[in-house]
Design a protein around this ligand. Structure first.
Ligand code: HEC
Length: 224
C-alpha cells in the first residue's frame, strides 16, 4: 500500500508524465499485439513495475555475489578488476527483448555510466532528503504508451567504501589501479547511505511484454 501511495505521489511530482490509471486507457492506446489488448492500462503499469523491480533485483544480486566472492578472494585490488569486467557483462545480459537496463550516476567511474540531462533531473529528485521517492515510473507519452521508464536509486553501504569511499582509506595500490583503468574516475568520497546513482530501465511497449511477464512470474516465485 505504501508503494502505491508513494507511486501516486511520484505521479503528481513528475507532473505531465503520468501513468494513466486504467479503465478507459486501453481501448484507444496504441497496443497493437492481440494478446496485450486484454490488459488494462493499470494492469500494464503494475506488470511493468513488478518486472522492473525484478530485473533490478537480479542485476544487483548477480553483481553483489561476484563482488563479495572477489573481495573475499583478494580484497579490493582483486575485486576492482572483477568489477571492471563483470559489471559491463552483467549489464549487457540485461539488455534484451525490448528491455534496456543501465546504472547511471552524476559522478561516474566508468564514463559510459554518466547520467544524461533527463537522468540528472531524476537523480536530483532521489537526492532530495526526507521526501525522496523510492522509485519513479513514467511513460514517454501517457496516451501513446510506447516507452516505459523506471528509475530506482542506488545508495552506498559499508561494502562500497573500499572502492568508492575516502581514497586515504584505500588498500595499497588501489588508487593507482583505478587511475590506470579509469583515468577520469569521479566515483570516490562516498559515505555509507549516500546516493551513488540509480538504475534506469527503458521498456519498449509492447515489444517488451514477453520478457516483462517472465520477470514478473519469477518475482512471484521468489516471494513464495
Ligand atoms: C572492488 C571495488 C568496488 C566495490 C567494493 C564497489 N564498487 Fe562500484 N564500481 C567499481 C568499479 C571498478 C566500477 C566501474 C565498473 C565499470 O567499468 O562498469 C564501479 C561502478 C559502479 C557504479 C556504476 C557507475 C559508475 O560510477 O561507473 C555504481 C552505481 C556502483 N559502482 C555502485 C557501487 C555500490 C553501491 C557499491 C557497494 C554496494 C559498490 N559500487 C562497490 C568498483 C567497486
Amino acid at each position: 500500500m505504501r508503494r502505491i501511495f508513494i507511486f501516486a505521489a511520484v505521479i503528481m511530482t513528475v507532473g505531465s508524465l503520468t501513468l494513466t490509471n486504467g479503465q478507459n486507457a486501453d481501448s484507444k492506446t496504441a497496443v497493437p499485439a492481440a494478446d496485450t489488448t486484454a490488459l488494462s492500462g493499470a494492469a500494464v503499469d503494475s506488470l511493468l513495475i513488478s518486472a522492473a523491480n525484478q530485473a533490478i533485483s537480479q542485476f544487483s544480486s548477480q553483481l553483489q555475489t561476484s563482488l563479495k566472492v572477489a573481495l573475499d578472494d583478494g580484497g579490493p585490488l582483486n575485486a576492482v578488476n572483477v568489477c571492471n569486467v563483470v559489471a559491463p557483462d552483467i549489464q549487457t545480459a540485461h539488455v534484451r527483448d525490448g528491455w534496456f537496463l543501465e546504472r547511471v550516476t552524476a559522478k561516474p567511474r566508468n564514463r559510459n555510466n554518466q547520467a544524461d540531462s533527463v537522468q540528472l533531473a531524476i537523480l536530483a529528485q532521489f537526492a532530495s532528503a526526507a521526501d525522496a521517492p523510492t522509485f519513479i515510473a513514467q511513460w514517454n507519452d501517457p496516451v501513446k504508451r510506447e516507452k516505459f521508464r523506471f528509475y530506482r536509486p542506488i545508495r552506498t553501504n559499508e561494502l562500497c567504501a573500499g572502492c568508492h569511499g575516502d581514497p586515504a582509506s584505500f588498500v595499497a595500490g588501489l588508487t593507482e589501479e583505478l587511475k590506470t583503468l579509469y583515468p577520469d574516475d569521479k566515483a570516490v568520497g562516498y559515505k555509507s547511505g549516500d546516493l551513488r546513482g540509480m538504475f534506469a530501465i527503458e521498456v519498449m511497449w509492447p515489444e517488451g511484454m514477453n520478457y516483462a511477464q517472465k520477470l514478473a512470474a519469477s518475482a512471484k516465485r521468489d516471494t513464495k
